[in-house]
Design a binder for this molecule. Structure first.
Ligand SMILES: [Zn+2]
Length: 288
């Protein structure tokens, strides 16, 4: 199986540095230390690699997020990266797919944590302002002392299989012809297997059992963990929920392989390689 997008990181997250102010200050003062270049939350590429700025250009007092160590060199990103003047947005997925796997993984962490800081300036318990600590991996309330940590939201993404065919669906907002795995957020009090069964039933009317885990990926828009699974459908009758999806159909392995290969005669358009749905379909169809 090809590693899912946004996985394959090589950075040492160096949790110990987050708890050791003196050691953190030392790596921050290292002239080799680097700051990730961002345009807002989007990456800034230099010849298809992530761009970095020497950390000495940053004000000493500015709190930063320690992404970790690579060959003992500290790599940081800003808590609230600002849009670059005159820079154009768009094309972020095109940019990400040009990056080496480990850089896409590092970018995913930077984006998710920065985005979390932007949205968590106030305490969820008492409403007072919070401030960053633990090298940017937590915030603390200045009033009640509550500690808040970046969250990861689990999402199940799954194929139901029946008689050699896979159930895929599409949302009205997607590109014409695109079909992909069904997906939905786990709810409190559910196991992964239960969430797969519930979401498949809600969206398509298909009941599944014997759910098996395939792979996972972080998805930093803003903070999901995609958990890819396959379940066995108990029958093949489809009753879609039109509030969730526009259509759902069964596709054979040959049809899925044709779509993954980009065959113009394929009966549907496959999700892009960076999405774990692509990984999931590849595993199910026996590609790679
Ligand atoms: Zn508070």
């Amino acid at each position: 199986m090809k590693a899912p997008g946004f996985t394959g990181g090589i950075v040492d997250r160096a949790d110990w540095l987050r708890h050791d102010a003196a050691a953190l200050e030392k790596v921050r003062r290292d002239p080799r230390a680097k700051l990730l270049d961002l345009n807002g939350l989007d990456p800034v590429l230099v010849e298809d690699r992530l761009g970095w700025t020497p950390l000495q250009t940053v004000d000493d007092g500015e709190p930063l997020i320690l992404l970790g160590l690579i060959d003992d060199v500290a790599h940081f990103t800003r808590l609230d990266p600002q849009p670059a003047d005159g820079a154009r947005h768009g094309g972020i997925f095109d940019a990400i797919t040009r990056l080496p796997e480990w850089e896409a993984a590092l970018y995913a962490a930077a984006r998710s944590v920065s985005d979390w800081h932007k949205r968590h300036g106030f305490c969820a318990r008492c409403g007072h302002e919070t401030a960053p600590f633990r090298a940017g991996w937590a915030r603390k309330c200045g009033n009640c002392g509550a500690e808040h940590y970046p969250r990861t939201d689990p999402v199940v993404i799954m194929i139901a299989e029946h008689d050699g065919r896979a159930l895929l669906g599409r949302q009205a907002s997607w590109a014409p012809g695109r079909y992909s795995a069904l997906a939905g957020f786990l709810e409190p009090g559910e196991s992964i297997e239960e969430a797969v069964a519930r979401e498949t039933l809600e969206e398509s009317g298909v009941r599944v059992a014997n759910v098996r885990y395939i792979a996972s990926q972080p998805w930093p828009f803003p903070s999901s963990l995609m958990i890819a699974c396959v379940g066995e459908a108990l029958d093949d009758r489809i009753t879609i929920d039109p509030n969730e999806i526009e259509d759902a159909r069964w596709f054979t392995r040959d049809e899925v392989r044709a779509a993954l290969a980009g065959d113009p005669d394929a009966p549907f358009g496959a999700p892009p390689p960076i999405a774990i749905a692509h990984t999931l379909l590849s595993v199910w169809a026996g590609v790679e």
